[in-house]
Design a protein around this ligand. Structure first.
Ligand code: ADP
Ligand code: MG
Ligand code: MG
Length: 898
């Protein structure tokens, strides 16, 4: 079995596509060698060594030692030096390297091979004792930290680790000697400090720093393998969904030194600007420095070139200016690497006494707008094709372009008030108010407000709409506040447990800090952070972004899945069309009833005890509903609009306090006690499984009749006016075909009547929302009558799992933590369970009714993974909130390409 792969001098056992075996770093080091790019020679111990190591109770395969010795002599031959040699010692670095980069999560040890035996030789050879002792103290620091403490499983208290102790000694020493930078320390200074370090190690960790080159090498190798199961790596793997079985590789590589003097340097760079995507070489560097110095931020790094200079760094010398020849060589490598990998690269380099060495290349991380710009630019430069460009952008990254964002500099200096869940992305600022009515009236006066609530309910919707952003103390990512906010693309932070809200006093407290009504706060909904005061925002206008428009055009040419939106007002509809929606997949009608003028008629209807009164009350709502539907149907310009008949349990409309009850009783002329009685008779133990959905229309057919009339009269009137309209009437929560046909009959009768009345043929469809397991199981029966299915996957998930969507917050964190669920099934469709029901219903339905139109509405419609599922199961469209429409368009294109 081959466990070790060498690279050096233009030769390599491995190559770029062997990442699984060699890790990303090792595979790319090999590849750069094959491209004749200068890379210090070395070798890679494969990820299989790591898996073997853990399988065999932390011991290495037998063949490993001899393979390492062989590769070591390969390196020694190229370098013409020997590891551990007294006169001319080879020094090595030991670096981790997983398949997928895990920046900063695992360990690296530099300068391995410095011992009391080799130090004098190296001093003689370099004639630079200061450099040798600087390198030695770095080895000691890294080795003690990585090998002797972390890998040994010692977990010191916060701030009490061996590295911090040594750093503390160093700064004490510098203070005593009045030295400012590390570069100010002389040879003798380092000798003294090294002595202090060694004593501290013995003292704190109980053993001596090893003075043998082989012990150092194997200590380093084992430490990297152990770091795969370090606390930091484990939690990072969890977040990034990296499987434990992958293991890490270990790279052992000849040291090159950026710290031998002013003719040496080290730096990091991106082949294009990772923040803007501009095709400009971008980087930072430091003279006389090693390894992490650039990233560690102890010294302000210099700009790589003219393009990289900022206001703060404009006076610092660039590599372009100081070492123009080397800069040219680096620039040339930049161009070759980018062309070779056809993607933006993130590179590390070191200059040793005027010679350039490359130490790493990998695909660079980038933000959303940069990802778009690079993809489109590279396609135009013929570096990649259109399909690759489409695959290059993570759909969720589009979010950044669709919402205003907090200005980064401004955020850095801000005072954090509290943190919660990032429910609605983007940034927003406003003055704090505590009720929906206040939000509305302040907004009417031209004030920007943030609505702060314990949690929100449908009655707050007008205030939520008026607010810039919504902040709640309770609730999770699928709470009412979160859903509504995301639907509008509003900034929203929920579940801020620290918030102590007093609506009476109109103030909130977080610990000792009090925020009163009218005080300014600024929110970062992307990170779930809330700040005191006003910070700067950068507005969003994706249509100004030419590359975005171009990429979306390619996406539209590629995808077959249609994208609709969930919208219930003409404004929402117009916004969604701007974002590219091709129809409305879910227009809920219940919010239309919460308006002040209408809620009274609604409540009258609910409180009626006979059909006659109820009919009168319901029909009072008809003109309002008709106007709503006209507005939406017109705004959609002939695109399909799926309108769902009334769905929620009735008691949601009559949650009233005593005052409101008295007022209502007065208004409709019955006794308050009677109102109370009726309200309590509507109380249900489990309203989500209670009297709602089509069960309402079955008990009170006049509701269905009124809604069907409103939709179809709106259709008739618009048709007469010459407006093209396309309504689809959707019956909710059907579980048996008889429920469906009962409601369908009412709708068809209304239609016939209206057709006669207006003397025209109505163009409309009737179908159902599939959101109960029984509907999926009997989809063949339902599809004999229904013209379309729309999967309501929120309720379908709820009823399939038997999880209450509103109560899942109490146990979901445990489920996710202990891997009982891989993710929140309300955010990403549970393909194995709920998905199976969906596939079954599609097949049963289409077998009896090949023309059946099928879509999905609900949160999943905007989730890229769920969209892949929909495409693979032959759905015609997905529907999501307006601000997720662009994300869905790109996801649908990617699903087509996969
Ligand atoms: P990470 O994955 O955290 O970036 P690396 O393995 O890249 O860790 O190493 C950390 C730092 O040490 C980098 O700045 C790298 O350039 C430097 N380094 C690693 N190996 C060598 C070497 N052989 N010679 C000089 N510098 C090195
Ligand atoms: Mg690195
Ligand atoms: Mg539902």
């Amino acid at each position: 079995m081959k466990y070790v792969y060498s690279f050096g001098d233009g030769k390599a056992d491995g190559k770029a596509d062997m990442k699984n075996l060699l890790g990303g770093k090792g595979a790319n080091l090999a590849e750069m060698n094959l491209l004749d790019i200068p890379v210090p020679p070395g070798f890679t111990l494969t990820t299989e060594v790591c898996t073997e190591y853990y399988k065999n109770n932390k011991s290495f395969p037998n063949e490993l030692n001899s393979q390492v010795i062989d590769c070591l002599s390969f390196v020694e031959n190229i370098m013409n030096t020997k590891f551990g040699d007294e006169n001319d010692p080879l020094l090595l670095s030991v670096r981790s390297g997983a398949r997928q980069s895990m920046p900063g999560m695992m360990e690296t040890v530099l300068n391995i091979g410095l011992t009391s035996k080799t130090i004098p030789g190296l001093i003689k050879k370099t004639n630079n004792p200061r450099f040798v002792y600087d390198a030695y103290r770095r080895l000691i620091t890294m080795y003690a930290d990585v090998v002797m403490e972390k890998a040994a499983g010692i977990e010191p208290k916060e701030g009490d680790g061996i590295r911090q102790k040594m750093e503390h000694h160093l700064s004490t020493y510098k203070n005593e000697k009045n030295l400012i930078n590390d570069t100010d320390l002389s040879e003798n200074d380092w000798i003294t400090v090294i002595d202090i370090f060694k004593k501290e190690i013995k003292n704190s960790l109980g053993s001596d720093f090893p003075d043998d080159h082989n012990a150092q090498l194997w200590g380093g190798i084992e430490a990297v393998f152990k770091s795969w199961n370090g606390t930091r790596a484990i939690s990072y793997r969890k977040i990034e969904n990296i499987p434990e079985e992958w293991g890490t590789a270990v790279n052992v590589q000849t040291m090159v030194f950026g710290n031998t003097g002013e003719n040496s340097a080290t730096g990091v760079a991106f082949t294009r600007n990772p923040a803007t995507g501009e095709n400009k070489f971008f980087g930072e560097w430091l003279t006389n420095a090693q390894g992490e110095d650039v990233v560690a931020g102890l010294r302000t790094p210099n700009p790589l070139n003219e393009d990289t200079k900022t206001n703060e760094t404009k006076d610092l010398p660039s590599l372009e200016e100081l070492m123009p020849d080397i800069y040219d060589e680096l620039y040339n490598i930049r161009t070759r690497l980018e062309k070779h990998y056809s993607d933006m690269q993130d590179i590390e380099f070191t200059i040793e006494d005027g010679k350039l060495w490359m130490l790493q290349t990998r695909v660079g991380k980038r933000n959303g707008s940069a990802a778009i710009k690079m993809a489109v630019d590279m396609m135009k430069e013929s570096m990649i094709d259109k399909n690759t460009a489409l695959m290059r952008v993570n759909p969720n990254q589009l979010d950044e372009l669709l919402h205003p964002a907090l200005d980064k500099d401004s955020e850095q200096n801000a005072t954090l008030l509290t943190k919660g869940l990032p429910a609605g992305p983007g940034g927003a600022k406003g003055r704090v108010v505590f009720t929906a009515d206040d939000a509305e009236s302040w907004n009417a006066k031209g004030e920007k407000v943030i609505l702060v609530r314990e949690e929100t309910s449908p009655e707050d919707v007008h205030g939520m709409h008026a607010a810039e952003a919504i902040l709640t103390a309770r609730g999770g990512m699928t709470s009412h506040a979160a859903l509504v906010a995301r639907g509008w693309g509003k900034c929203c932070v929920v579940g801020c447990n620290e918030l102590n809200i007093s609506v009476d006093k109109k103030e909130l407290k977080v610990g000792e800090v009090t925020v009163k009504e009218g005080d300014w706060v600024t929110m970062n909904g992307t990170l779930g952070k809330v700040y005191l005061g006003q910070l700067d925002l950068t507005p969003a206008d994706p249509d100004k972004n030419q590359e975005y428009k171009e990429l979306m055009r390619w996406a539209d040419e590629t995808r077959k899945l249609k994208i609709r939106t969930n919208a219930e007002s003409p404004d929402d509809a117009k916004q969604a069309i701007k974002f590219g929606a091709e129809g409305i997949g879910l227009c809920r009608t219940e919010h239309m009833f919460f308006d002040e003028k209408r809620i009274l008629a609604m409540r009258k209807m609910i409180l009626s005890d006979n059909e006659g009164d109820r009919r009168d009350a319901v029909m009072g709502l008809l003109p309002f509903q008709k106007e709503d539907f006209k507005g939406i149907l017109k705004a959609m310009e002939g695109k399909p609009v799926t309108i769902r008949l009334l769905d929620p349990p009735l008691h949601e409309f009559i949650t009233l306090d005593d005052n409101q009850i008295n007022e209502l009783a007065n208004n409709i002329g019955i006794k308050a006690s009677l109102v109370k009685q009726r309200i309590s008779s509507l109380h249900e133990l489990n309203p989500m499984l209670g009297h709602r959905g089509c069960r309402l229309g079955i008990a009170y057919p006049e509701i269905t009749e009124m809604q069907a009339s409103a939709i179809l009269e709106a259709t008739a009137e618009l048709t007469t006016e010459g407006v093209n309209v396309n309504p689809e009437i959707m019956i909710p929560l059907v579980g048996t075909v008889a429920e469906y046909t009962d409601q369908e009959r009412i709708i068809r009768e209304v239609a016939t009547k209206i057709e006669k009345q207006y003397n025209l043929t109505l163009k409309y469809m009737v179908g159902t929302m599939i959101e109960l397991p029984r509907a999926c199981l009997t989809a063949d029966e339902i599809a004999q009558h229904a013209e379309f299915f729309s999967f309501g996957t929120n309720d379908l998930t709820q009823t399939t799992y038997g999880f209450s969507r509103d109560d899942i917050g109490s146990f979901l964190p445990d489920y996710l933590d202990r891997n009982i669920l891989p993710e929140d099934p309300f955010q990403s469709l549970d393909v194995n369970g709920v998905g199976k029901l969906v596939s079954m219903a599609v097949k049963l339905g289409r077998d009896v009714n090949p023309k059946l139109k099928i879509g999905i509405c609900g949160e999943h419609g905007g989730d890229p993974k769920s969209i892949y599922f929909c495409k693979n199961n032959g759905l015609d469209y997905v529907s999501c909130s307006p601000y997720r429409v662009p994300i869905a368009r790109l996801s649908a294109a990617q699903a087509e390409l996969n």
